[in-house]
Design a protein around this ligand. Structure first.
Ligand code: C2E
Ligand code: MG
Ligand code: MG
Length: 294
């Protein structure tokens, strides 16, 4: 059994290697089995909840969109953050079920806000596996039909990892989604496999500047150079820009001064439950554009 465990570890590290058994490997294997069983049960018991983080229009200072962010609420009331289970759910194939729930929930919530007079775009994260699934379009259309959400109020966030394979198919999928009127945002821009050539070829609508580049602004000269370059690139190619991880008024002012379209981060709000969005949306922010950015 131990030899077998070591063999799996060797395979997981790219095959054609040599690994020794150690007890941690057993512990890890047990953890994975438990996590998978837990996620299956969570799907049955409907334990996934969707929270929403506002995106603020950098010019008007009002919320014009929210990003849907999943959490796993366990029976004991604890909230498991997405990075603790999404990558694993992607590996074991459970992401399809979880992702479908999130998409439907987000469309329903945004449609409910719209019926009460609050038009907000809702952004939903798609993992690479969801993006490549043959039934993606069907799922998206189903969620729009069932919720009554207009396609123009849905945006799908994909990462650079989703764009790496099969260019013709990627392009066809993106074109079909755009053809329906759905927005596409490239999440965590600049942190993945950044082949700039796809920016020219693929029908994307928005780039999201990763929060690692926003951190340390306005003083971090390297990040400032990167953010300026991304904004110039986006402007030239006709993409909208959302900056993530905006935590301070100085960051917001700098980004507004550099003409980012929208801002997202703890400065405005942490992710909140759907029922809190209406009161947050009633507020406005004054984003004093920093003049020293020139
Ligand atoms: P993301 O799509 O880049 O989402 C932004 C993450 O940054 C969220 O973390 C959000 O809570 C966090 N964040 C927002 N503003 C700030 C800030 O000002 N400072 C800091 N330090 N962090 C901020 P969260 O909710 O833990 O989600 C992490 C990642 O998990 C997401 O990154 C996304 O990649 C993934 N994820 C979340 N929900 C889903 C989902 O439904 N499906 C898929 N496939 N992935 C999801
Ligand atoms: Mg995202
Ligand atoms: Mg991101």
């Amino acid at each position: 059994k131990h030899a077998d465990t070591a063999m799996y570890d060797a395979k997981a590290h790219g095959r054609n290697g040599c690994r020794y058994y150690n007890p941690e490997l057993t512990a890890e294997a047990v953890h994975r089995v438990e996590l998978e069983a837990g996620l299956r049960r969570a799907l049955e018991l409907d334990e996934f909840i969707v929270m929403y983080q506002p995106q603020v229009d950098a010019r008007g200072g009002r919320i014009d969109a929210v990003e849907a962010l999943v959490r796993w609420r366990r029976a004991d009331g604890s909230l498991v953050p997405p990075l603790d289970f999404i990558p694993f759910a992607e590996e074991c194939g459970l992401i399809a079920g979880i992702g479908a729930r999130v998409l439907l929930r987000a469309c329903h919530d945004a449609a409910a806000w719209m019926r009460r007079g609050l038009r907000l775009r809702v952004a939903v994260n798609l993992s690479p596996m969801q993006f490549r699934a043959p039934d993606l379009l069907e799922r998206v259309c189903e969620a729009l039909d069932r919720s009554g959400l207009p396609p123009g109020l849905l945006e799908l966030e994909i990462t650079e990892g989703a764009l790496m394979e099969d260019d013709a198919r990627t392009r066809a999928t993106l074109a079909a989604l755009r053809g329906l009127g759905i927005g596409i945002a490239l999440d965590d821009f600049g942190t993945g496999y950044s082949s700039l050539s796809y920016l020219k070829r693929l029908p994307l609508g928005r780039l999201k500047i990763d929060r690692s580049f926003v951190a340390g602004l306005p003083d971090d000269a390297d990040n400032l150079a990167i953010v300026r370059a991304i904004l110039a690139l986006a402007r030239h190619l006709g993409f909208r820009i959302t900056a993530e991880g905006v935590e301070t008024a100085a960051q917001a002012a700098l980004l507004a001064g550099l003409e980012a379209d929208s801002l997202q981060g703890y400065l405005f709000s942490r992710p909140v439950v759907a029922t809190e969005i209406e009161s947050i949306a009633a507020r406005g922010w004054t984003i004093g554009a920093l003049d020293r950015v020139g």
